[in-house]
Design a protein around this ligand. Sequence first.
Ligand SMILES: C[S@@+](CC[C@H](N)C(=O)[O-])C[C@H]1O[C@@H](n2cnc3c(N)ncnc32)[C@H](O)[C@@H]1O
Length: 191
Amino acid sequence: MEENHPNLTRIIEEELIDYRIRSRFYHPKYVKSLGLAGTERVLEFGSGGGSISRALAGALSPEGALTCVEISPYWIEKAKHRLKAFSNISYLLGDITRMALPTDHFDVVIVHFVLHDIEPAARVEIVSTLAQCLRPEGSLFIREPANPLHEMPLSEIRSLMRNAGLREIRTGCTRTWRRTWICGGTFKKSW
Ligand SMILES: C[S@@+](CC[C@H](N)C(=O)[O-])C[C@H]1O[C@@H](n2cnc3c(N)ncnc32)[C@H](O)[C@@H]1O
């Protein structure tokens, strides 16, 4: 089986919960809360099967553009198929730290439920790559689960962002109906 191919449990969970439920009923609300103007160049790191990309692409006008970066060929093909109606999405397949992304380019970077799945030692280089491709005064929005099995505490998010030169605008954690926590926030790149 190819590298980065998800297992069957993850495929079923993504199809039934992420794409059918979260993508339709929860993600549009989160994307609305970001206050996008619609004309931004947005980079989504770890876009998976497009569960949040759908709401992001829908929030952008024809002048805006969404770039989905995903390491798994399976997920990127899934997203392309699901989101073929959107003409404002482009897809980059590969490891984000091995891509020649433009410097100071994107107005917005989205990290949604990605870093917690990546081994802690690799997170620093990833966040530094994201900070580099963000334009000065551009915004990085992050949300990660913070439960005992998949831990990504807010303190780690804060220190990763600070070390990459991003300043904190707002952060916080919310409790889900399953009594787990989601932590995240907004960070900006200074001039
Ligand atoms: C848990 S999924 C989240 C998908 C989507 N953001 C969401 O919220 O539904 C995380 C995704 O990040 C991708 N990923 C992990 N490391 C990556 C890397 N270094 N470069 C690009 N994509 C990566 C994984 O393949 C996976 O599809």
